[in-house]
Design a protein around this ligand. Structure first.
Ligand SMILES: Nc1nc2c(ncn2[C@@H]2O[C@H](COP(=O)(O)OP(=O)(O)OP(=O)(O)O)[C@@H](O)[C@H]2O)c(=O)[nH]1
Ligand SMILES: [Mg+2]
Length: 415
């Protein structure tokens, strides 16, 4: 994903095991994947069991010696800690280890910087990066231009972030203004969609679960789907007609990950909040991933953090084609679950029926005989709802249909 005009950075991963050891291994596997995505090579791992993260140096004194030796042995260029470091921790680690100090947040910001393609995405990433850096310049020296290359120096659109502390404040203010404008646009677009009365289905899930692949399969959208973390940053919305004729809008958006940096959540709030305005959440789970349960948990936690609650959820257990042995597929937080493969199309019909069923639950059932003069109302039902039965009787047209609640109100407003 990056031009490798410079040699790959060699890094050592450092993690803290606060509770069980298995957890930290999984987290470091993911950190390694992130590092690889950012173009670095992992040459070692150091894990420390501690009750608390060391407030001064992240790890304890003994571990610092171990890291120092490993740095020397492997000739690594730096370390990446699995949690976000405080400015003081960065400074102290730098003094102790004399190497480049990075953390999970920096890594994720770096990947986002390379991924952002729309104007909105670029503004959001740069804003998150500057906020992260603003308080940490001491760890790097006073100017970012002394950083050299590699992880942590990339800006959106391959622009290098070279900026002085004094300039950062002004730049942040400007980006904030631009972002407000973009948010207004997004709001207008949302209003427009609302007018169309189409149910909106937000596709959410852990990064790399197959969200974009599913959107592409369903709607023929050409969203980049890649076996890389955070392939999608910008929301894409596409119309689609479910089997029953019900038209819907699908929105694909940025994936979630554990310890998603709060700078990013803040900056990307308007993007992430797409789910908040949806009528239904389509939760995509990579059922072939051994960490599936943990990932589902993180998705729900993140949704809660964004204030997305009390919405109907349909969970798809994706990548069924990769399962060699039966796996228990359960999601107690979902209204329905469907096993699918977005790659082969298996289970997609069942998914559509489930979506219809759940959407129908949000609609009002109309069972009514309309006088012939009200034929226009039946047009309305046909356009926005799902007409189940229509019978031309002597005294009018007998109709049985599901319609969105606002349309229901319209139909019966004056009868
Ligand atoms: N075998 C198999 N691979 C799949 C399936 N669905 C998705 N993939 C692969 O999984 C990888 C990730 O898919 P994406 O659609 O990019 O995942 P995403 O959830 O959009 O990921 P981000 O945008 O990074 O959050 C790609 O390499 C897909 O080809 C599936 O059903 N079976
Ligand atoms: Mg995607």
């Amino acid at each position: 994903m990056y031009e490798t005009e410079q040699k790959k950075e060699r890094v050592i991963l450092v993690g803290i095991s606060l509770s069980d050891a298995e957890d930290v291994d999984q987290s470091l596997d993911e950190l390694e994947e992130l590092a690889r995505t950012a173009g670095a090579e992992c040459v070692g791992r150091v894990i420390q069991k501690r009750e608390l993260i060391h407030p001064g140096t992240y790890v304890g004194k003994g571990k610092l010696d171990e890291i120092r030796d490993l740095l020397w042995e492997t000739e690594a260029d730096g370390i990446i800690c699995d949690d976000e470091l405080s400015p003081a921790q960065i400074g102290n680690l730098k003094d102790e280890l004399h190497t480049k100090i990075m953390d999970r947040t920096l890594l994720i910001l770096d990947i986002f910087a390379a991924r952002a393609s729309t104007n909105e995405g670029k503004i959001q990433v740069e804003l998150a990066q500057l906020k992260y850096r603003q308080s940490r310049l001491t760890g790097y020296g006073t100017s970012l231009s002394r950083l050299g290359g590699g992880i942590g120096t990339r800006g959106p659109g391959e622009k290098k972030l070279e900026m002085d502390r004094r300039l950062i404040k002004g730049r942040i203010a400007r980006l904030n203004r631009e972002l407000t404008e973009v948010k207004n646009h997004r709001q207008v677009a949302r209003e427009q969609r609302k007018k169309e009365m189409l149910p909106v289905i937000a596709i959410v899930g852990y990064t790399n679960a197959g969200k974009s692949t599913l959107l592409n399969y369903l709607t023929g959208a050409e969203v980049l789907a890649e076996n890389k973390l955070f392939a999608t940053l910008d929301p894409t919305t596409r119309g689609y007609q479910l089997g029953s004729g019900q038209k819907v809008l699908f929105t694909d958006t940025v994936g979630f990950i554990r310890k998603l940096p709060h700078h990013l959540i803040d900056a990307f709030r308007s993007t992430l909040e797409e789910a908040k305005y949806a009528d239904l959440i389509l939760h995509v789970v990579d059922a072939s991933n051994p960490q599936m349960d943990e990932q589902m948990h993180i998705v729900y936690e993140t949704l809660r953090g964004l204030g997305v609650q009390d919405k109907p959820v349909v969970t798809v257990f994706n990548k069924q084609d990769l399962l060699t042995e039966p796996v228990i597929l359960r999601d107690f937080q979902a209204d329905a679950t469907v096993p699918i493969s977005a790659a082969t199309g298996a289970g997609i019909d069942a998914l559509e029926s489930k979506l219809e069923e759940v959407l129908r639950g949000q609609k009002a059932l109309v069972e009514y005989t309309f006088p012939y003069k009200d034929a226009a109302k039946i047009q309305l039902i046909r356009k926005y709802g799902e007409l189940l039965r229509e019978e031309y009787l002597e005294d009018g047209i007998a109709v049985e249909a599901y319609v969105p609640v606002p349309i229901y109100g319209k139909i019966f407003a004056d009868s």
